[in-house]
Design a protein around this ligand. Sequence first.
Ligand code: SAH
Length: 258
Amino acid sequence: MSSGVLRVGEPVLLIDRKQRRYLIDLKKGGEFHTHAGVIPHDEIIGVEEGARLLSGRGAGFLALRPTQADAVLKMPRGAQVVYPKDSAAILTWADIHPGARVLEAGIGSGALSMALLRAGAAVTGYECREDFLKVARANVARFCGPEELERYRTELRDVYEGVDESDLDRVVLDLPEPWRVVAHSAAALRGGGIFLAYTPSIMQVKRLREALEDSPFELHSTVEVLMRGWHVAGEAVRPDHRMVAHTGFLTTSRLCAP
Ligand code: SAH
């Protein structure tokens, strides 16, 4: 995580008075154009994070480093990303910690990879599509530091065909048929290791839970995370009218002796 003044090469979030967010990468001589006029990047480079800037036409903007949630919602996507509410829960339910050896598949756009790396894990990512692998690596390089990138190893391959790693602490899956990875995970995890799969459909959960029942995994659990925002303005204090009502289910399990 960077601190201090905003520097060349960094992603920066510009937020206007209506809370619209724009993500830019600071370049020497670059320009940020909106309907409300132009801000030269050179006026943003070297200012403190949280600074208030004015466009050529006098519109005010705040300049902040994007949080991980900002980055995930704004970054280019190959595949659909895991939303921040779910990646937050995945970090806790998969018990991700500094130094944890994690296999992640598929890596899609790299949103979940970023969360795992930020939490200190050493991540090996399997992804079967070369174009998605490229997007994921570019997103991770853009939003994570060099120390995190050193802990990120990716391979273009199909996880259903097998896992080469052994003695893993965690397996974290976001792909259509996680039941096809249960036996590979049982072989690749250490005793007590945690398996977690994110799946959008409850039919996937049912099939996965059946596969887990027939395996050395124990302590199966499935949850979903509902997050509702609130509108707070003077006396009008109430839940937001809209919410993201469904993303996916999180199923976890722990490897025990056969
Ligand atoms: N969690 C990711 C999104 C993953 S989308 C994020 O937050 O950005 C699901 C990904 O799984 C896709 O990129 C897809 O190509 C990949 N995938 C599907 N089946 C796979 C398999 N058998 N092996 C490896 N990757 C697979």
